[in-house]
Design a protein around this ligand. Structure first.
Ligand code: ATP
Ligand code: MG
Length: 566
């Protein structure tokens, strides 16, 4: 799809979900109300896939003057932790999601859900089953074969009620009984073959403590939570398509308020794993330093790496909403990050791979002071002061003993512009024994102050530099994809996705910063001229700043768009 077409579609803002909401509003279906929810399970940190869902649910609510709830889907006591609840709130807030006072928990509805379950039993629509989990699976049948009824399926209402109450009272061990909806073991939809709605788990819950030893299943909890909260549009990912029939069955059978479930394609990204279950393995195995290791696709990692939330909004706007699954190129995310940072960050000079340059005709203790703009196109950023001295650093890569054709940087006999400072001409270089460059000697043109050519002579190259006398040593972490291949979940026999980790995804280097960068606060993202965007990390100390590279400057999007692979 061309970028223009992509843009135009997104700008009109009428993907199929919004179109549906408009139609519902027009027909008065929910009385013109729009009420969505974002329902994370607190079993890990949110990732880029969740950003898509957050932007959709909170975005739709905002656009249609509606509301969006934050609901923790905390039905699984053993995997959920308070730490995750707090991180999820922080991440949703960071992305601009505002749930006001509507912070809800599925676990708050446990009493109500239990009553609903008893109601189903009384209607003859649910029964206690003694089959084991394995037996239930075996009895379920397949896509091509109908299932088989459990021998316990026709227990009387009284017996079912008695057993269910005793399940609740803790009389039975984990896994010995479940409560199942009584629907149709021959249904072509496997989900409808008497799905389990309650199971026994003698486990402590982060909110309800030890009150319960039976817990409702997600498929039963979700429609009822939506109903209790008065949700209108329950938006979920495509893997729930087959669950929609049961969603409707629960609400219809209990004859309660009925929201509508609509599915959209989940986000898949090249080079990226988007599954909390797998991300937790990266954390626990020590492949990364934590959930917010800047190589992770989590929202806290994005934030730590210096990715602004606006870039993620734009990314979500561009990927749009589709009804079938596809994989988005990671470079589209990078494009959105670059585009935002280009317009919204100050420029500084830092040398990542320093080599020393000496200006032989510059006074030994001399210095020249320059006021440099912090943004070339936006004067509102102001300026900073930079001191030029006889010795300074440039990038090792900005010098060649034998320059190839079209190399416009420094080489013996060549003149370059030092950004905002002077024109210098290389006179010689001193080499180490191994042939690497130890130091470079130059002369400068005192008439070229500010980097202007005094007589109209052409100087093609401009390079950045940092004074050796005033520059500040620091560290930079340079990142590459955590997974080099497009689809890291694609694993050969006998391997796991952990074997796909790129061993070169992190490189730490010693760098030199302009002196005034000392005062940059942690969390600030800036451009290192010509080198990329960097964010000051919380690992920085008084003496040593640490910068994470948010992203390089190189833009591959144009190439990708013209190849038509999006
Ligand atoms: P994971 O597999 O990472 O655990 P999940 O779907 O189990 O994801 P939940 O906490 O249940 O995670 O997700 C909360 C909401 O975010 C759900 O509505 C879910 O559909 C949505 N969501 C999760 N992953 C994606 C994704 N990759 N793209 C779009 N939406 C997603
Ligand atoms: Mg889930």
């Amino acid at each position: 799809m061309s970028e223009e077409k992509n843009n135009a579609e997104a700008r009109e803002g009428v993907d199929f979900i919004r179109a549906k909401i408009m139609a519902d509003n027009a027909s008065g279906r929910f009385g013109g109300r729009v009420h969505t929810r974002f329902p994370p399970e607190p079993n890990g940190y949110l990732h880029l896939g969740h950003a898509k869902s957050i932007c959709l649910n909170f975005g739709v609510a905002r656009e249609f003057n509606g509301q969006c709830n934050l609901r923790f889907d905390d039905t699984n006591p053993t995997k959920e932790e308070v730490e995750y609840v707090e991180s999820i709130k922080e991440d949703v807030r960071w992305l601009g999601g505002d749930w006001e006072d509507r912070e809800f928990y599925a676990s708050s509805y446990f009493d109500k859900l239990y009553e609903y379950a008893e109601e189903l039993i009384k209607m003859g629509k649910a029964y206690v089953d003694d089959l084991s989990a394995d037996e239930i699976r075996a009895y379920r049948g397949t896509l091509t074969e109908p299932g088989k009824e459990s021998p316990w399926r026709n227990r009387s209402v009284e017996e079912n009620l008695d057993l269910f109450r005793r399940m609740k009272a803790g009389e039975f061990p984990d896994g010995s009984k479940v409560l199942r909806a009584k629907i149709d073991m021959a249904s072509p939809n496997v989900v409808m073959r008497d799905p389990t709605i309650y199971r026994i788990r003698h486990a402590h819950h982060h909110r309800t403590g030890d009150k319960w030893c039976i817990y409702p299943m997600y498929d039963f909890t979700h429609p009822l939570s939506d109903s209790i909260e008065g949700i209108t549009h329950s938006l979920c990912t495509l893997e729930f398509v087959n669950n929609r029939e049961f969603y409707n069955w629960v609400l219809e059978t209990l004859n309660v308020y009925h929201p509508e479930q609509t599915e959209f394609a989940r986000l898949n990204l090249t080079h990226t794993i988007l599954s909390k279950r797998k991300l937790i393995q990266l954390v626990q195995s020590g492949v990364v330093s934590g959930w917010d290791d800047p190589r992770m696709p989590t929202l806290c990692a994005m934030r730590r790496r210096g990715v602004p939330p606006e870039a993620l909004h734009e990314f979500c706007r561009r990927i749009g909403m589709a009804r079938s699954d596809s994989t988005v190129e990671y470079s589209l995310l990078e494009f959105c990050i670059r585009e935002y940072l280009n317009a919204h960050t100050a420029r500084w000079m830092a040398v990542l791979d320093p080599v020393r340059v000496i200006v032989d005709n510059f006074p030994e203790d001399g210095e020249e002071v320059f006021e440099m703009p912090l943004h070339p196109e936006d004067p509102s950023y102001g300026t900073r002061t930079v001191r030029f001295t006889r010795e300074f650093y440039i990038e090792r890569d900005d010098f060649r003993m034998d320059p190839p054709g079209k190399y416009h940087r420094l080489a013996p006999g060549r003149e370059v512009r030092l950004r905002y400072a002077f024109l210098v001409t290389c006179t010689s270089a001193v080499l180490n024994e191994d042939g690497s460059v130890r130091e470079i000697h130059c002369t400068y043109d005192p008439a070229s102050r500010g980097g202007q050519s005094p007589d109209g002579r052409k100087v093609k190259g401009t390079i950045h530099w940092v004074s050796a006398k005033y520059g500040v040593p620091a560290k930079a972490r340079l990142y590459d994809h955590l997974f080099a291949m497009d689809n890291p979940a694609d694993v050969p026999e006998g391997k796991t996705f952990l074997d796909n980790v790129n061993p070169d995804s992190l490189r730490e280097v010693d760098i030199v910063l302009e002196e005034a960068m000392k005062s940059l606060p942690v969390g600030e993202t800036v451009q290192f001229e010509r080198m990329g965007y960097f964010c000051k990390d919380r690992d920085s100390t008084e003496d040593l700043a640490v910068f994470n590279r948010t992203i390089t400057l190189r833009d591959t999007w144009a190439k990708i768009a013209s190849k038509g692979s999006m």
